[in-house]
Design a protein around this ligand. Structure first.
Ligand code: SF4
Length: 290
């Protein structure tokens, strides 16, 4: 089901720019999945990723704005942005003029970025900094969210960071866009094997409940085939059969123009049909973000 209050047609929802003023590591967005203001933490200002998704919106032709995460600066920027939001500064920005009432309450702090957040060597240190700032501001109801392609979920420092997050309100959003190695290589174009991604997702889901986030699209005019969708559903069933807990599947499609013209969005009806198949073939809850 779609969010009842936050509309995908709003310009502010379409705008997920990771640049706000001269901040390097944090940015505000109004997110339907977060149901309001999400403060993103860009752990990849260098734009490094181990995927090369056909639908990626990151402009890698221009260089990144920093080559590593400076945790002290991240902490200062996060403090500044939370205070700015709470004091009504965001509400006065033209970008947020459609939704000034949503800009004062931080619904979540999301580790994301112009690349894959689990690639950085000091992930747990960044998580700890965000937790401390969150506590300074009394943001107990807000969530800590990790948006990941799952390739680094087996790294010891990342697991330490996950455990830190899981001691608070948390969500782990693990990307899965395919059911077969072949389609995964077509859409995500990663050198990391799908087996490793699935192993990392399963291992994590056995320890903490996860959310699967899956982008469905047309590639050169072709949507995911029924056989691929069945294979994808089988992967979800495998995770659950191994003891993993999938709290929900987030099914979404391309929202904004992408550099690759051959990657195009599904219609809302097409995406709903995919979601209905996932529900019936896995028994999982599926939220649709058309
Ligand atoms: S995982 Fe995210 S940042 Fe990396 S290529 Fe895919 S869409 Fe882009």
């Amino acid at each position: 089901m779609s969010s009842p209050s936050i509309q995908s047609s709003w310009a502010v929802v379409q705008d997920h720019s990771r640049v706000f003023r001269d901040l390097i590591f944090v940015y505000p967005v109004i997110s339907r999945r977060s149901q309001g203001l999400s403060i993103g933490i860009n752990l990849n200002p260098d734009k490094r990723c181990n995927f090369d998704c056909v639908y990626c919106e990151v402009d890698r032709k221009t260089p990144g704005r920093a080559d590593r995460v400076d945790v002290a600066q991240l902490r200062d920027e996060l403090r500044w942005l939370i205070r700015f939001a709470q004091e009504g500064g965001l509400a006065q920005q033209p970008k947020f003029c459609e939704v000034p009432e949503l800009t004062r309450v931080v619904r979540d702090i999301a580790f994301s970025g112009d690349g894959e957040p689990t690639l950085i060597p000091n992930f747990s240190e960044c998580v700890q900094a965000a937790i401390e700032v969150r506590e300074e501001f009394g943001l107990d109801p807000s969530k800590l969210v990790l948006i990941t392609d799952s390739a680094g979920l087996d790294k010891p420092d990342v697991r330490k960071g996950l455990a830190l997050m899981a001691a608070h309100r948390f969500e782990f959003w693990c990307k899965l866009d395919a059911g077969t190695e072949e389609y995964y290589r077509t859409i995500n174009r990663s050198l990391v094997r799908l087996d490793r991604i699935l192993s990392n997702i399963t291992r994590t889901a056995k320890e903490w409940p996860i959310i699967i986030q899956s982008l469905f699209l047309k590639w050169h005019g072709e949507p995911m085939s029924p056989a691929e969708l069945e294979a994808y559903c089988g992967r979800l069933r495998d995770i659950v059969a191994a003891g993993g807990v999938i709290r929900e599947v987030h099914a979404y499609t391309i929202a904004r123009p992408t550099p690759e013209a051959a990657a195009t969005r599904l219609s809302p009806e097409e995406l709903e049909a995919v979601a209905a198949t996932i529900r019936s073939r896995t028994g999982l809850a599926v939220s649709v973000y058309a």
